[in-house]
Design a protein around this ligand. Structure first.
Ligand code: ADE
Length: 224
């Protein structure tokens, strides 16, 4: 899968995508993540990516031309399944959205900034708008990182069997059960006996009951 991220601050994301699982997925050839600086597609001498809004309201709006040039350039090289805009007024991102997007081949994620982007981009170039929650970030870069991380880790082969995404919280609408590691006892705080029993059927049953109990207590909305 290939993800092209369009931003005015690629350096905000470079570190994130060169570490840990995101780096592994790219090295293994399972995911290609390309960061594009929107500023590279400006043609004026000041490399302006934003301008004052018509109508006189406060703030700056991202300009249409560099974004259109960049998206047109990418689309001339391959077909894209989705062109996503990160925005607090988009559809709420969820594990279900991550699952759906992880099955696609090529997607573009456009990171918004300032007051937003010229609305014509949303009308003519964007195929879906996604929010990562009901709060406003200064830009869409963190949203793009959050979405890309949760999408890429679902690509088969990115996680090892032991880390399988199938046991994640939310994957089956249940929160994950508690996990423990050695030592089996620390300061008198004990790991539940069942996990040391070696009886896999009992362990599976205990984990399921724990998931149900935690979901009922912490996120009852998921059970509806
Ligand atoms: N840009 C600013 N706030 C955002 C949010 N909550 N989700 C996605 N993109 C954003």
């Amino acid at each position: 899968m290939r993800i092209d991220i369009l931003t005015v601050f690629p350096e905000m994301l470079e570190g994130f995508f060169s570490c840990s699982m995101m780096a592994r997925a790219q090295k293994a050839g399972l995911a290609e993540i390309h960061l594009h600086d929107i500023r590279d597609y400006t043609t004026d001498k000041h490399h302006k990516t934003d301008d004052y809004p018509f109508g006189g309201c406060a703030g700056l709006v991202m300009k249409i031309e560099p974004i259109d040039r960049l998206i047109t350039d990418l689309k001339s090289q391959r077909d894209y399944d989705e062109v996503i805009y990160t925005s607090p007024d988009g559809e709420r991102f969820s594990q279900k959205t991550a699952n759906t997007l992880s099955l696609l081949e090529n997607i573009i994620i456009l990171c918004g900034h300032y007051k937003g982007i010229d609305y014509r981009i949303r009308e003519h170039l964007i195929t879906s708008e996604i929010s990562i929650g009901d709060y406003v970030l200064t830009g869409g870069e963190l949203a793009a990182a959050v979405m890309t991380d949760s999408i890429v880790r679902l690509i088969p082969g990115v996680l090892s069997d032991e880390q399988s995404a199938l046991s994640d919280s939310f994957q089956d609408n249940l929160l994950a059960p508690p996990v423990y590691t050695r030592p089996a006892e620390y300061k008198g705080w004990k790991v539940p006996d069942v996990l040391l029993s070696g009886n896999q059927a009992l362990i599976d049953d205990w984990e399921f009951q724990q998931s149900m109990e935690r979901t009922r207590r912490l996120r009852p909305d998921l059970l509806q």
